[in-house]
Design a protein around this ligand. Sequence first.
Ligand code: PLP
Ligand code: TYF
Length: 397
Amino acid sequence: VFSTVEMAPRDPILGLTEAFNADTRTTKVNLGVGVYYDDAGKLPLLRAVRAAEEARMKNAPPRGYQPIEGAPAYNKAVQDLLFGQGAALTADGRVVTAQALGGTGALKIGADFLKRLLPQAKVYISDPSWENHRALFEAAGFEVDVYPYFDADTRGVRFDAMIAHLKALPASQIVLLHACCHNPTGADLTDAQWAEVVEVCKARNLVPFLDMAYQGFADGIDQDAVAVRQFVQSGLSFVISSSFSKSFSLYGERVGALSIVTASKDESARVLSQLKRTIRTNYSNPPTHGGAVVASVLATPELRSMWEEELGEMRERIRAMRTGLVDKLSARGVARDFSFVVRQRGMFSYTGLTVAQVDRLRDEFGIYAVSTGRICLAALNSKNIDYVADSLATILK
Ligand code: PLP
Ligand code: TYF
């Protein structure tokens, strides 16, 4: 039966890591995958996570099935982060949250749920977007199209074109928006621009789907939730996928959530019942450990402040790498203006490097970037930044 199976293309980003791992050069640097490494180049295990894990293991909890939508304490903690502690809409029962297998799992159950509700809708993603967005919504049966987003001249957002495009969409179309720290470009909307997007979504009766994979990586937990909070203010119903992969450095534990903001408590009950059906046919119920650790960190004041401090350290370190890289490039006489790297937010920057330059970086210097020119600033550190700056200066001369 399998003799006709053809080789599938590799994931462009994860495939890069395979090539990086096979590279024997000791100076190699992986700026490809979106993972936060500390200044020693290691994937951190956060102190708050470790403390919560130790406490949990000491209690040796049984591993029964979780509810289909995950643990209530976890889902409540997710809501408090997204909407703010004690938000009115959570108290009013207007949010349905289900623990999911990372942000990707949240997108998947969100997509499956919406496909049954709006079988004719198209999904609009930013141009460009995270590679998996298109693949995932297409796999759920949707046709996927793009709205203008990145401006290669300013390395910011083509906001007028984006708004014009959204304004021209028919009602009930699904619009996927990066809530903060846009992947892959690092170009985010301002608060005032979000207000306009919210306005258009409301006027055009669009279905906003916010993807929040990097809360806390731009300016702070509440500051990065500005888009979410503005949508709440508008009274619109919308969907959010969120992830703790980055903010808790729990990538492999697969901890995320899907939250759906509805018009009423009664609507929430019906939505939850349908969402549970979607989850049941995907994976039945989510795993216990990662969600329990996150919930306990968020609910235990000492661990919570420890986590906020560690998240702040990650955010500040990325910022320092952004300014460091820009300064070092200019110190090396690179004429091109890279100041946009400091304006961009989160882990990534669309650098404007060409495919040929990316190839050269890899072949000559063992520095891996995505072929689109995307680099992950969170992979730079005090030991490799000079080497990266030297190499970039060489290929840009
Ligand atoms: N959405 C965006 C924009 C991402 O960059 C990522 C990155 O991993 C995800 C979703 C997926 O998150 P997770 O790794 O938790 O599945
Ligand atoms: O964009 C990134 O690098 C991260 C990690 O299929 C990632 O979001 C990349 C590709 C993928 C899953 C995760």
